[in-house]
Design a protein around this ligand. Structure first.
Ligand SMILES: NC(=O)c1ccc[n+]([C@@H]2O[C@H](COP(=O)([O-])OP(=O)(O)OC[C@H]3O[C@@H](n4cnc5c(N)ncnc54)[C@H](OP(=O)(O)O)[C@@H]3O)[C@@H](O)[C@H]2O)c1
Length: 335
């Protein structure tokens, strides 16, 4: 049997310990082999709890370990680019959490390093590997809803913990970076197009100085209007809607899709007084398992990763334009 691809994880992040690592275990093609923390004891305890063979007391020790093939980077947003670059320069493949970069131009440096070191690098938008999103894209692009003219998204949670990275501007906190990236990414994914211009309105928390409420209009080619609202201080909710001339497609749990129940897409025919939507239930699947499997497979086959750096750069440009629009109170073109 060929040896499994060995993954290493930077930081004992909540998302890694609770969702991503457990979803990656028991794979025939890869294993989570190492976990690094700034605190060796924390790394050892978490590694032991999750059955990970190796623990490291610094990120550099893991990055420079020749036994590690590929690194998952779930560090705070401001550390995505610098640590992804260090990993690439050490010859490792890297799957980095969203948002990959808060300055789109920084992704150019990653592209250059990726090409020089001939490694695979991708953004961890697990939605791109989730069958419900692949199905939604297939339905929309088949034309069965009629021409799509409007898309709407909503994503919110309530979090006022002052030590949470989402509430610390220096760590890349705020709702647009944390969750606004999802309606932008999934609308681009499903429509197969990129928005040309953006207008937005953001409200900032006076103490945290992070954006806690944001509403955005993305203008897509063919005059498609995409609107979304995200908030870090509202009742938790999430939904994505694609409005065609004939039918409406609704992704019921678009982002935190549960791993233990069927994900659901509904197609409405416009009879809103007596709604009887067509319900499409996808087979139960874990989107984090599918994300890691797809990334490992891309390494094994030397094929394209699910979310490339070029794709990540467009998302970063749109997110950057959202902040520019709020600041300058005008439409901003997406470069
Ligand atoms: N794809 C998804 O579904 C999803 C969901 C949630 C979050 N995320 C992304 O994953 C990343 C981590 O989110 P999280 O909620 O898991 O964060 P978290 O629990 O706060 O973990 C971040 C980790 O980064 C390390 N770290 C290094 N420098 C730090 C600093 N200055 N401040 C705080 N932590 C520092 C810490 O590990 P050590 O102390 O062990 O070194 C910490 O455990 C974010 O980029 C977020 O956008 C993605």
């Amino acid at each position: 049997m060929t040896e499994k691809i060995k993954w290493g994880v930077l930081g004992a992040a909540k998302i890694a310990l609770e969702k991503v690592i457990p979803a990656m275990q028991n794979s025939p093609i890869h294993e989570v082999y190492g976990l690094a923390s700034r605190d060796l004891d924390k790394a050892k305890i978490s590694a032991q709890e999750l059955g990970i063979p190796k623990a490291y007391g610094s990120y550099e020790d893991l990055i420079n370990d020749p036994e590690i093939d590929v690194i998952y980077n779930p560090l705070p947003n401001d550390l995505h680019v610098p640590y992804t670059l260090k990993c690439i320069e050490a010859g490792k493949h890297v799957l980095c959490e969203k948002p990959l970069a808060m300055n789109p131009e920084e992704i150019d440096g990653l592209i250059e390093a990726r090409d020089k070191h001939k490694v695979k690098v991708g953004e961890a938008f697990m939605v791109a590997s989730n069958p419900q999103w692949i199905k939604a894209r297939e339905i929309v692009q088949s034309g069965q809803l009629g021409k799509i003219k409007a898309v709407h998204g909503f994503f919110s949670y309530y979090n006022v913990q002052k030590d949470n990275i989402r509430n610390i501007p220096e760590s890349g906190g705020g709702g647009i970076w944390d969750i606004g990236c999802y309606p932008v990414f999934t609308s681009r994914f499903v429509l197969g197009k990129d928005p040309g211009r953006v207008v937005s309105m953001l409200e900032f928390d006076p103490n945290f100085r992070t954006d806690r409420l944001g509403s955005v209009l993305l203008h897509y080619p063919d005059d498609i209007h995409m609107t979304f609202t995200v908030s870090t201080q509202l009742v938790p909710y999430q939904r994505m809607l694609f409005y065609g001339e004939k039918k409406l497609l609704e992704v019921m749990i678009p982002f935190n899709a549960p791993p233990d129940q069927a994900n659901e897409i509904r197609i409405h025919d416009g009879n809103f007084l007596n709604p009887q939507p067509e319900i499409i239930r996808l087979p139960v699947s874990n989107q984090y398992t599918m994300q890691a499997d797809a990334f490992t497979q891309a390494i094994l086959d030397d094929s394209e990763v699910p979310v490339t750096l070029e794709n990540a750069r467009v998302n970063a440009e749109v997110l950057h334009a959202i902040f520019e629009s709020d600041k300058l109170e005008k439409w901003i073109d997406v470069k």
